[in-house]
Design a protein around this ligand. Structure first.
Ligand SMILES: *[C@@H]1O[C@H](CO)[C@@H](O)[C@H](O)[C@H]1NC(C)=O
Ligand SMILES: *[C@@H]1O[C@H](CO)[C@@H](O)[C@H](O)[C@H]1NC(C)=O
Length: 477
């Protein structure tokens, strides 16, 4: 077995062990059981296999065609409704996919940090968007590409039999559930605390026809899928600019500058994610505050502050502390701060790894005043780069079999994930009163005024939606 396979096997073992823990005293169910094809759907597939060739196709509209702007509030309500309809099995499926996405997320986060492409050492990654993008390619892949993608997603199909194969639709609908569980905090009414919108731009060279079932299937993961055609090869730079402008016009989000187009590619897959979290009980401080980028440089940034009872843990042995700021019933922001900022790398390696749920158990309530920069972070990465670093450079290369995306031989160029991440005060709410703890210690101060790490976590899906490293609140990752 190759080294990548060994790591995978180890990760799978950890996952199985962890899923056992998470399930507590519930009856143990193999966590992948719910994600693979059932016997009956396998029989169905066998019958319809010949029909894959005849799947209906369409030519994407030209990029200059008029497109309605994205309505983020409508997307949120759609996700909330989906979350309200979830049954017990759907929730279990969401947890399994959530954990798989975390594993892949940690692995790719490490690659992204090591790649050094990020400005000033800042990193911003969405494990669920990354997992969803790869699961989308899985939906469009045939063997051997499908088999390799399945292994990368964390579920090696041992015997290659149909019932050990991932059902792409189940995976993508679990990702929809995961998104729904996050935004459902606070209910469907006007009090939206969290916004999470995912939009996929599927850009093809003119002449490429896409398969309808594939594009329709993506709608589970990304409620807005925009297949558009443009000339990708004559002037790649111009093409990149056009795609960037198109995505911004449709979404209204200012992302980083587009990273370009790979020569000779006929398909470019761009996933854009926007997150906005309003922090309950936090209010904007009237004056700008100092944030120390390193021990001799500071910048003035807007900061949010709240006093109240927070879950907190200070690891005296490893010299870092964690503070949990709730977004709602089951979602939270985890703030990880090294006691000494030159320790950021070491603390990151400790905090962002598969047994993070272990240290989360150490959190306990404490009266505190928490101050954190108001964040507007942008991050962008090309999955092809991360795959190359993970020693899988050809997985989505020229020879990839993506016969369910198009009948034509398509060549995948860049597979970009772009994230816009915003943290704001929750204007509608009065700051919570300081918690009264008779005889307890006085409220302690936690101020994130030097480089720190953060994660957005949702308990019911066990999913980490975002992982990030803030080295300068004003910079772009
Ligand atoms: C500032 O940080 C640099 C690099 O981490 C270190 O070499 C230097 O000694 C530090 N200076 C002070 C005054 O702590
Ligand atoms: C934590 O800090 C203490 C005191 O500065 C130091 O002795 C110890 O080596 C540090 N621990 C780690 C793991 O760096």
């Amino acid at each position: 077995m190759d080294p990548a396979g060994v790591t995978l096997r180890a990760a799978v073992l950890c996952l199985v062990a962890w899923a056992g823990l998470a399930a507590g005293d519930r009856v143990y169910i193999h966590p992948f059981h719910l994600l693979v094809y059932s016997k009956s759907s396998c029989e169905q597939l066998e019958k319809s296999n010949a029909e894959t060739l005849k799947e209906p196709t369409f030519a994407p509209a030209p990029i200059q065609a008029k497109t309605a702007p994205v309505d983020e509030e409508a997307l949120r309500q759609q996700l909330v409704l989906a979350a309200e309809r979830l049954g017990a099995e759907d929730k279990l499926r969401a947890t399994t996919v959530g954990m798989l996405a975390n594993f892949l997320g940690f692995r790719m986060y490490k690659m992204l940090g090591e790649s050094g492409s990020a400005a000033g050492g800042a990193v911003l990654l969405s494990p669920t968007a990354l997992f969803g993008t790869l699961a989308s390619f899985y939906l469009g892949a045939l063997d051997p590409t499908a088999h390799k993608l399945q292994a990368l997603l964390g579920v090696p199909g041992e015997d290659r039999g149909c019932t050990s194969r991932l059902d792409g639709h189940k995976v993508l609908s679990a990702l929809q559930a995961i998104q729904g569980l996050l935004v459902a905090q606070g209910g469907a009414d006007g009090q939206a605390r969290l916004l999470l919108s995912t939009v996929v731009g599927l850009f093809t060279d003119p002449g490429v026809r896409l398969k309808q079932p594939f594009v329709q299937g993506l709608a589970l993961f990304a409620p807005v899928v925009l297949p558009r055609s443009l000339d990708l090869s004559t002037d790649p730079e111009l093409a990149a600019e056009k795609m960037g402008r198109f995505m911004q016009a449709v979404t209204g989000w200012k992302m980083g500058s587009p990273t370009g187009v790979t020569a000779d590619s006929t398909l470019q897959f761009n996933t854009h994610v926007h997150f906005r979290g309003k922090m309950k009980g936090f209010s904007l401080l009237p004056e700008l505050q100092e944030f120390w980028v390193d021990n001799s440089t500071s910048v003035s940034v807007p900061m949010l502050s709240a006093t109240g009872n927070f879950q907190h843990w200070s690891d005296a042995q490893n010299n870092f502390s964690v503070t949990r700021v709730p977004f709602g019933e089951s979602a939270c922001l985890l703030l990880v701060q090294p006691h000494c900022s030159s320790d950021l790398d070491r603390v990151e390696a400790l905090a962002f790894q598969h047994d993070f749920s272990g240290w989360m158990k150490n959190l306990s309530p404490r009266a505190m005043r928490v101050t954190v920069p108001q964040l507007v972070l942008r991050g962008s990465y090309d999955l092809q780069d991360l795959l190359a670093q993970a020693k899988l450079p050809t997985l989505l290369g020229a020879k990839a079999n993506l016969g369910r995306i198009s009948a034509a031989d398509i060549r995948v160029g860049k597979v970009e994930n772009s994230v816009l991440f915003e943290l704001q005060a929750d204007d509608g709410e009065q700051p919570t009163e300081p918690a009264q703890q008779p005889g307890g210690p006085e409220a302690s101060e936690v101020t994130l005024s030097s480089p720190f790490l953060f994660a957005v976590y949702e308990r019911d899906s066990a999913a980490l939606h975002f992982l990030g490293r803030v080295t300068n609140p004003l910079s772009v990752a």
